[in-house]
Design a protein around this ligand. Structure first.
Ligand SMILES: [Ca+2]
Ligand SMILES: [Ca+2]
Ligand SMILES: [Ca+2]
Ligand SMILES: [Ca+2]
Length: 130
């Protein structure tokens, strides 16, 4: 799953003008090195925690029920290349990385406070912050 830069940038423009639910708490919680941005390693660390929380049956995979709407049916399908109907940690990490890139239109490898409130940022947050 790849989104082109211009497409994401356009989305961000639309999103940032109409939405401002940036959660400073989320940014703080996901930014242990306190540089004010979320890098991919920080996002994946958050994702690992969310994954564990969403997997109460501890079978090591997330099914649609455990994902609880964090990914819609189409997104789940796209994130599930082995088509077993569940996401294992690698598949989850891959979808987090794809969303991370989508939420980083300036491509500097970090999500800052301006990028986080975009719709892509919100979708990323659902996967890495709980
Ligand atoms: Ca950081
Ligand atoms: Ca499970
Ligand atoms: Ca799978
Ligand atoms: Ca960025």
């Amino acid at each position: 799953m790849r989104f082109s830069g211009p497409f994401s940038a356009a989305l961000l423009l639309v999103a940032s003008s109409s939405m401002s639910f940036a959660s400073p708490e989320a940014l703080k919680a996901l930014d242990p090195d306190k540089d004010g941005t979320i890098d991919l390693a920080e996002a994946q660390a958050g994702a690992t925690k969310v994954f564990a929380k969403l997997d109460p049956d501890k079978d090591g995979t997330l099914d649609a029920k455990e994902l609880d709407g964090r990914l819609d049916e189409a997104a789940l399908k796209a994130a599930d290349p082995d088509n077993d109907g569940t996401l294992d940690p690698e598949e989850y990490a891959a979808v987090v990385e794809a969303k991370f890139k989508a939420a980083d239109p300036d491509n500097d490898g970090t999500i800052d406070a301006n990028e986080l409130p975009s719709s892509d940022g919100a979708e990323l947050l659902k996967l890495i912050y709980e």
